[in-house]
Design a protein around this ligand. Structure first.
Ligand SMILES: NC(=O)c1ccc[n+]([C@@H]2O[C@H](COP(=O)([O-])OP(=O)(O)OC[C@H]3O[C@@H](n4cnc5c(N)ncnc54)[C@H](OP(=O)(O)O)[C@@H]3O)[C@@H](O)[C@H]2O)c1
Length: 232
């Protein structure tokens, strides 16, 4: 992340996940990353995506340590409880659709609300959120996975709307929805053999390179781990 200068601080939210942990490792290995803070359900302070008060508390605690040039939100859920991604309309039910939207879109939007204020002012800063290519409406060729797709599409809209608002006060803010590739992790494991997936470290190396190259443009980017832009 040369674009963030010679001494920057980073925060990884969802640091306990496959991709979140790879972000922590990659940033810790960068000589010009002064400090990497982590936040998950297992850190102190901790937070959950269902509880805005826990996010507000964590943000207040972390704010006391100083500001960040990079925040990555690597949280997200595909399967939960007994729920698996829906293959057809008959599999739809209200509770699962609402829960996927809550965890993949509402929770991350509230994280933006509470954590964008922790980014430094007056310099290039980056807020990156793990989204998914399946959240692209124009790139939906296969169907299926209704709840996850819809939640990621909703997430992308929330992120884009926040990017437009935040750029008024922070013209040097880069906001990005990230597609990490098909990555070997707990989330993908039930659906993809690890031999057909890239490692979290390969994905994150590409994502960091992609983020480094993105201009602040007053709107969000939707980009993959090879730096290629994805249609919304
Ligand atoms: N893996 C892929 O192939 C792939 C492809 C496209 C997009 N993505 C996206 O990439 C992101 C990371 O995925 P991953 O593969 O790293 O998955 P993962 O290993 O399952 O990690 C998911 C992360 O989300 C956190 N999380 C889940 N529910 C939470 C809750 N209620 N409150 C707080 N944190 C919660 C988990 O915390 P705990 O450790 O506490 O459970 C964990 O840190 C997700 O947004 C996913 O949609 C992944």
């Amino acid at each position: 992340m040369q674009s963030l200068g010679h001494s920057f601080r980073a925060l990884v939210i969802g640091s306990s996940g496959g991709i979140g942990a790879a972000f922590v490792r990659a940033l810790q290995a960068m000589p010009h990353c002064q400090e990497v803070m982590t936040l998950s359900r297992h850190t102190h302070p901790s937070f959950t995506l269902e509880d805005e008060a826990s996010m507000a508390h964590a943000a207040a605690v972390l704010q006391a340590s100083g500001s960040f040039a990079l925040i990555v939100d690597a949280t997200g859920v595909l399967s939960f409880d007994a729920h698996k991604p829906e293959k057809n309309l008959n599999a739809l039910n209200t509770e699962a659709l609402m829960r996927s939207y809550h965890l993949n879109a509402v929770g991350p939007a509230l994280l933006i609300k509470h954590f964008v204020p922790l980014l430094s002012m007056g310099q290039r800063v980056v807020y990156a959120k793990l989204s998914a290519r399946v959240g692209s409406i124009s790139d939906n060729h296969k169907g299926g996975w209704y709840g996850y797709r819809a939640a990621k599409a909703g997430l992308n809209m929330l992120l884009q709307t926040a990017a437009i608002e935040c750029a008024r006060k922070r013209p040097e803010l880069v906001m990005a929805a990230l597609q990490p590739g098909t990555v070997a992790s707990a989330l993908s494991q039930p659906f993809v053999a690890s031999s057909d997936a890239i490692t979290p470290d390969v994905s994150v190396a590409g994502l960091l390179q992609a983020l480094d190259a993105l201009p602040a443009q007053g709107r969000a980017h939707f980009v993959d781990y090879r730096g290629q832009s994805i249609a919304w």
